[in-house]
Design a protein around this ligand. Structure first.
Ligand SMILES: [Zn+2]
Length: 434
């Protein structure tokens, strides 16, 4: 009988070979349907009854319910997305859609974001079904389209149009958490995601008097916009400690043997090495200008100019942030919301969290799980709308020197084979106690 640890690498490679590039332009998205059919076949082969749902032609997601031993208990959602961000083959050491296994790694787009987890879940579930094992409660398995463009054609659509799929679900696991950060020979932190920053994609518009580019002109929309954008782009919003980040810093400080001052945590965060970029952006609200548009002719002063801003807000900070941003931009600019998704935060406690910790420690005696906040967003934003408590828990044991955060959407994205197999063993233990 094939064990999950033996099957997981092949499943991951096969999924990577199905190019599911999501450019964000719905007309160019490929492969989601093929990936969904592949996943559905793997589930059907072991007697589950997967359904494929399409939000638009080709935009396919897969659902299956794995009945548990106690139908009176609430269900656990296990979700992974099937789409990936684009990859330019010319920049890679291997072809990004080869799924090649080399030097102890599975290589390719999606290897960490997040066909690795899709493969782990499939491998574990398939082994359990072959062995006739039953989880303690219902598992709802979801393999989703369109996460990389915000989930409009995936998680958000499913929550809005097919809420019955989530009946009885109170908790969920998915990306981005569960990976290791080795502190020393006798201590390894595992970062479990319990919070996500909110997202505000804004377009700001300035207006001025149009005119001839050769003349004196004191009401130029481009100048007004450029000044405001520069102010916002250089601004550092104040440090705000949320429960999750405070707890993470206390744990990290304890692990590293340093006192981290919550009022001025950034020097200490900078010493966290590969996870510094992840943690650093979770102590304050942030804005990055990401686009500019103005003008149509060198000698014509346009009457309007616009810029896009990518704003990320801490839990509970949205209104405060909006006031701060308005102050920075000044009273004259118009603010248009392109997309708005609230921040999430749950507590790091309860039986499910204990099951995560126990499973990690059983496979890695020096494991210490800690909660952390993700600066980005995931499909959890959609499921939280149904009141589901969401965790990022993709268990992965990583080599200490691997720059893991750089692999997300990065060139030469790859996942260690041993890390994948570790994840399978942890997931197996976790699901037995969930
Ligand atoms: Zn992802």
């Amino acid at each position: 009988m094939t064990a999950a640890v033996d099957e997981v690498v092949r499943i991951a490679s096969d999924l990577i070979r199905i190019d599911t590039t999501n450019t964000g332009d719905p007309t160019t998205v490929v492969g989601e349907r093929a990936a969904a059919e592949h996943v559905a076949a793997l589930l059907a082969e072991v007697g589950l009854e997967p359904v494929i749902l399409e939000s638009a032609p080709g935009r396919a997601s897969v659902f299956a319910r794995y009945p548990g031993a106690d139908p009176s208990r609430d269900a656990l959602l296990i979700h992974g997305h099937l789409d990936v961000v684009p990859a330019d083959a010319g920049e890679w050491s291997v072809h990004p859609f080869s799924g090649e296994v080399r030097d102890g790694y599975v290589w390719g787009r999606g290897a960490v974001d997040m066909k690795n987890f899709d493969a782990m879940v499939l491998a574990v579930v398939r082994q359990w079904r072959r062995e006739g094992r039953v989880p303690p409660r219902d598992l709802v398995l979801a393999f989703l389209a369109d996460e990389e463009a915000g989930g409009t054609f995936g998680a958000h659509w499913l929550v809005a149009e097919h809420p019955q799929l989530f009946e009885g679900v109170t908790e969920a696991i998915g990306e981005v958490g569960g990976f290791s950060y080795t502190v020393s020979d006798d201590l390894r932190l595992y970062l479990i995601e319990t919070a996500e920053k909110g997202l505000e994609w804004l377009r700001v518009h300035s207006r001025g008097r149009p005119g001839h580019g050769s003349m004196i002109h004191d009401d130029n929309a481009v100048t007004a916009l450029a000044e405001a954008v520069a102010r916002v782009g250089r601004h550092r919003f104040p440090i705000v400690m949320t429960d999750t980040v405070r707890r993470f810093l206390a744990e990290a400080g304890d692990a590293l043997g340093v006192d981290i001052d919550p009022a001025q945590p950034e020097d200490a965060i900078a010493k966290l090495g590969t996870i510094a970029p992840i943690i650093g952006s979770t102590v304050r609200n942030t804005v990055n200008p990401t686009g500019l548009r103005a003008g149509y002719k060198e000698n014509v002063i346009p009457s309007r100019a616009s810029a896009t801003l990518d704003c990320r807000t801490l839990p509970g900070q949205r209104e405060v942030f909006e006031a701060q941003l308005r102050e920075l931009l000044g009273p004259d600019l118009e603010i248009e919301t392109i997309q708005s998704q609230p921040a999430l935060e749950t507590t790091f406690d309860g039986p499910l969290v204990e099951a995560m910790g126990a499973a990690l420690r059983a496979e890695d005696p020096i494991a210490r799980p800690v909660p952390y906040m993700l600066s980005g967003g995931t499909d959890a934003k959609a499921f939280a709308k149904l009141g589901i408590r969401c965790f990022g828990f993709v268990p992965l044991l990583l080599p200490p020197d691997l720059n893991f955060s750089a692999l997300f959407h990065g060139i030469d994205e790859r996942v260690p084979v041993e890390g994948l197999q570790f994840g399978v063993r942890v997931l197996d233990r976790f699901l037995a106690e969930c």
